[in-house]
Write a protein that binds this ligand. Sequence first.
Ligand code: AMP
Length: 447
Amino acid sequence: MSFSQLGLCEPLLKAITEKGYSSPSPIQQEAIPAILTGRDVLAAAQTGTGKTAGFALPVLQRLAAGPKTAPNNVRALILTPTRELAAQVEANVREYKTHLRLKSAVVFGGVGINPQMKILRSGVDVLVATPGRLLDLYQQKAVKFEQLEILVLDEADRMLDMGFIHDIKRILKLLPAQRQSLLFSATFADNVMALAESITRNPIKLAVTPANTTVDKIEQQLVAVDKSRKIAALTKLIKAQGWQQVLVFSRTKHGANRIAAKLEGAGLPSAAIHGNKSQGARTSALKAFKDGSIKVLVATDIAARGIDISELPVVINLDLPNTAADYVHRIGRTGRAGSAGQAWSLVSADELEQLQDIERLIQMLIPRESLEGFEPNQVLPETKLLPPKKIKKPKKAKNQQADSAGKPQRNGNNQSRSGNSANKDGQSRPSRRRRVNPQAKRKAVEA
Ligand code: AMP
């Protein structure tokens, strides 16, 4: 399938070609025509699937046909949970609208409000915002919603996890009832469904990518290691593999700082990124990571949500997240939009329960490797694959029974997935133990 078959206009097709996209991703194939109909849409799509273009392209097309934006007004509002994600989404919108006469802007907290007020003065067609700053701007009469046509809630599950429900409800009261609403979320727990029901009217429901499963292209490994030796093991691993760009996950902000400092001390240029850092520090750490002046970025789950670095080769979990779905979000930072990636987890014996939950969610046993000199004293027991838990997803509307032949597998009630030897036959893969071979791995990364 090509983008032109989705009903997109020439200026957008030109921008897509310039961006280097050759064909639409599954979520784009589904979401673009659905949004172009003008109906509300509820989509299960995790980060890394191309969901941003999935909503941004049709939103821009619908706006291109509409009236001029009045001062301080906004015609499409995209709400995101984090500043980084807001900046990333707006950067994408900006590229996609290159050949259209539309204006976009991004507003988030942690930076001065005055420049944002100034930008809004002449009216903005697409505004990407985090909830708190948007409300501040509204209170200061810097933004009006009389012309609002489209609302997008991006990563709705994260918004709720981060406690934005009250802000979102306040914002909803300010918006015209007559509008198109689009809600994107990686997961659909009860609270997300309740929010979706209050926001959307008779939505088209899409569930293209299995919401809680790992991207097939990512090569996953785990190394069993004693808790007290994790940072030393991490240092050895990064050096032995010769990795040049590594995203490390830490559960806590304090942990992230400590890890970055220790890596730095061991000769690996590193920085930490988390919610307690100023916006300036977060932006400059991300920039240094992108341009290669630091090799390791240590992030907490929330801070990492907005990071989009194409072909990020390696993600390491220094500790396992408490929520299994976060493991999927974390490793989704690598292997983005079709490029191969590696995800490593350093797992200590006390994390057995989290490991079992993760393996149950992704329906595979993560292959084990041993790291020379770091064999654990406290043994991490072998795990067994448990049957999948039922996950709630939006039900498919009857009129949306599109032909799925040739498209990636949808979220059905069965939890099977394709493309992974552990899952093709529903059998668990026996765990393998291999020695890390730095040369071989490095070649794989460079390939
Ligand atoms: P997202 O899931 O929106 O965060 O997108 C993940 C990455 O995929 C971004 O770097 C996009 O630029 C890229 N991307 C989006 N759509 C496509 C496409 N159709 N072909 C190739 N890359 C894409």
